[in-house]
Design a protein around this ligand. Sequence first.
Ligand code: SF4
Length: 361
Amino acid sequence: MSAADLAREPSRARDVARRLARWFARHARDLPFRRTQDPYAIWVSEIMLQQTRVETVLGYFERFLARFPTVEALAAASEDDVLAAWSGLGYYRRARLLHRGAKAVVERFGGVLPADPERLREISGIGPYTAGAVASIAYDLPVPAVDGNVARVVARLDAISDPAEQQAGHPGIARRAEAVLAAGRPRVLTQALMELGALVCTPKAPSCDLCPVASACRAGARDLQAAIPAPRKKVAQPEARFVALVLSWRNAVVLTRRPATGLLAGLWCPPLVPTRAVRRPRSPRTAMERLGFDGTIEPLPGPWVRHVFTHRIWHVAPFRGTLRTRPGGEDVTLWRPGSPLPGGLPRIARKVLEAAGISAN
Ligand code: SF4
């Protein structure tokens, strides 16, 4: 521990806690998951918010809870129903783990999420961050929930210069955050640290002149805000190309289920066929034949549909066609636009359908 350390300076931690709580009461955004202390609802919101913008989560959160209002309701649902409710939110593994976790909560904990972070971490999909969020926000316990926002605020408050010690998973960051939570209401302070990181102590150009804890901030005092945390090296993202077939049979669209492992596992998409072509292929007849479809096919106007995943980029050339014979097979379904989805439909599938003038919302 360095000399500048919230965990070793209780009066400074108390000062930070007091200022944060006052600021949060005045400036916190009114978000639906802030209006509840239901551990299940807080768990759902925290899983949805992982790697996803708050604005994106808002509609999903309320719809998901309307559909699965209790942990029992989620546990009893089919995986396709859960994935359908998650459709478009991305990172579907989260939804599967949440579903599996709900079953465990019903079977092992009588349908009530435990308050103890060690017990919480025994549940699928709950790691140290989510355990901290549920324990502190729902149960008001001083268990830190350190995401990127909180780690950045804490690292700046204590001017931590070592890049390894600035990471969200570093015990020094958790210890400092815990000291702040323990100096006031953990329920409020966890959310206040997150909110400060999201609104004021942003990665680039933090608004130090608006910051409620500027007087306690060592990075601010030494003009080190831009250097903390240290910038990460950019890693090249692999790119892949596909032909997408938006095929109609009568008034329905053909969707195929992705393989059970790999990216978008088990989700429904218009058929996608890898291609090496750098220019848009003129005709995907071979793709049609490879998949055993019989019908007409033509390119859709417009550029490649581009989709950025966390670690890769896909470029998809969409085509539209009409089948002469009804398609069959276990992993093929016919979906009528406007009717309920057969399961999870990822964002890339929606973009391809939109290129063909079909809405899946
Ligand atoms: S003073 Fe600036 S760097 Fe320090 S916590 Fe506030 S916004 Fe972040």
